[in-house]
Design a protein around this ligand. Structure first.
Ligand code: S3P
Length: 430
């Protein structure tokens, strides 16, 4: 679907409660499948990426029921070794989280199965899970370290492994496989990737802990069955981030994002936007199912200026750069991002694709091997056609670019946003 968006002359006023977080939805569904007994998950995110996980688990013999109107998912757990051998390759669609987390769950589950996905997913690096999973004992056939991967039954041992890059998907994959291991497994990582797996599995009875110094976790073999979940998921801060930027940019805005997950490993975008001059406050802090949540109030910024982002902050906002880049274009001065080469391995090469799109819109940007430099001038000329390039967050960021653009922006494949945030056009009245 191609969408042409002119600038919006009205502020963003009111409130919105985002659906359950994408990372939490994937984990709750998969971990519920690995538990024994029936789980109930409320505010489950229904989007392309979670439908991929639902489809794959069904093919592995897991029964679930989804109330699409109420976003309530019920899952009948089959246990850590309860998957049945599927009849055909599992199609993970565009979802790397589905692929990498399922890989960990399948490695020690005693089934033969092929994990595959879309053309886009087949381009994403899988060597990062294949190598350590093999060290743990997995039997994986892979001609070139990309999907499809063939798993055969194998016994898991144990592992001490230092991740070369901070990645919650790789960490979670290994922790899941290690649940079937024969001795403790320790995964160290160079930065604070999201720790939802550790929190949720531990609440389900797994013996898993984050290190008190440094980053990473250690897990013990799981001798007892995992307990089922009865939970309501925190709202998705990665979806909320697009609305934070919208309210920051639109003069006169005052918008409340309700019950959003504010786990420290995910709030980098709030720190970055605040440092640029955004007016963002947390209200009603509480906890939902072991995750910190808050209502996030965003008022229009009086002025925005460029900043430098690097190191751990990059890890804590790894999915938010497309949104951040629009704020940077509307800011005054230079925004420099380094240590962010991982952006090249996401749903698209987000450095190259966003740079190409922003240039088409008249924004000055230099691509760096591990980041970018945006020369913000307080405006976006617009008046061009840009594409989503198979990336939901690129599609939504281009809509943000249109909010105050001088001329309309046409976005090809705008429907990509349905992967993670189907409500986005409704909330912004697009
Ligand atoms: C995710 C981890 C991140 C993130 C992705 C979801 C997760 O990927 O980009 O959208 O749910 O674990 P990496 O772990 O590869 O950085």
């Amino acid at each position: 679907m191609t969408k042409t968006l002119a600038s919006r002359n009205s502020p963003l006023i009111g409130s919105y409660r985002p659906e359950g977080d994408k990372s939490l939805s994937h984990r709750a569904l998969l971990f519920a499948a690995l538990a024994e007994g029936e789980s109930t998950i409320r505010r489950f995110l229904i989007g392309g990426v979670t439908r991929a996980m639902l489809r794959c688990l069904q093919a592995l013999g897991v029964e679930w029921q989804l109330d699409e109107a109420e976003h309530i998912l019920k899952v009948k757990g089959v246990g850590l070794k309860g998957f049945k051998t599927p009849d055909a390759p599992l199609d993970c669609g565009n979802s790397a989280t589905t692929f990498r987390l399922l890989a960990g769950a399948i490695a020690g589950a005693g089934v033969t199965c092929v994990l595959d996905g879309s053309e886009g997913l087949r381009k994403r690096p899988m060597g990062r899970i294949i190598e350590p999973l093999r060290m743990l004992g997995a039997d994986i056939e892979s001609p070139d370290a990309h999907a499809p991967l063939t798993f055969k039954p194998a016994s898991m041992g144990s592992l001490n492994y230092v991740l070369p890059i901070a990645s919650a998907q790789v960490k979670s994959c290994l922790l899941l496989a290690a649940l079937s291991g024969n001795a403790p497994t320790a995964i160290l990582e160079p930065g604070p990737s999201r720790d939802h797996t550790e929190r949720m599995l531990s609440a389900m009875g797994a013996r898993i802990k984050n290190f008190s110094e440094g980053y990473g976790a250690v897990v013990l073999p799981q001798s007892e069955s995992l307990r089922p979940l009865n939970t309501e998921l925190a709202g998705d801060i990665s979806s909320a981030a697009f609305l934070m930027v919208a309210a920051t940019l639109l003069p006169g805005s005052d918008f409340l994002l309700e019950k959003v997950g504010v786990n420290f490993t995910r709030t980098g975008i709030v720190d970055a936007l605040r440092a640029m001059g955004a007016d963002i406050t947390f209200e009603n802090r509480t906890e939902m199912a072991g995750e910190p949540v808050a209502d996030i109030r965003v008022r229009a910024a009086t002025s925005l200026h460029g900043i430098a982002i690097q190191g751990d902050l990059v890890v804590r906002m790894i999915d938010e750069f497309p949104a951040l880049m629009i704020a940077a274009a509307y800011a005054n001065g230079e925004t420099v991002v380094r240590d962010a080469a991982e952006l090249r391995t996401k749903e698209s090469d987000r450095i190259a694709i966003m740079a190409a799109n922003l240039k088409l819109l008249g924004v000055a940007i230099d691509e760096l091997s591990d980041g970018f430099r945006i020369y913000g001038k307080g405006n976006i000329p617009g008046g061009a056609t840009v594409a989503a390039h198979g990336d939901h967050r690129v599609a939504m960021s281009m809509a943000l670019a249109s909010l105050r653009a001088e001329a309309p922006i046409t976005i090809e494949s705008f429907e990509m946003l349905n992967e993670s945030f189907p409500d986005f056009p409704k909330v912004l009245n697009l």
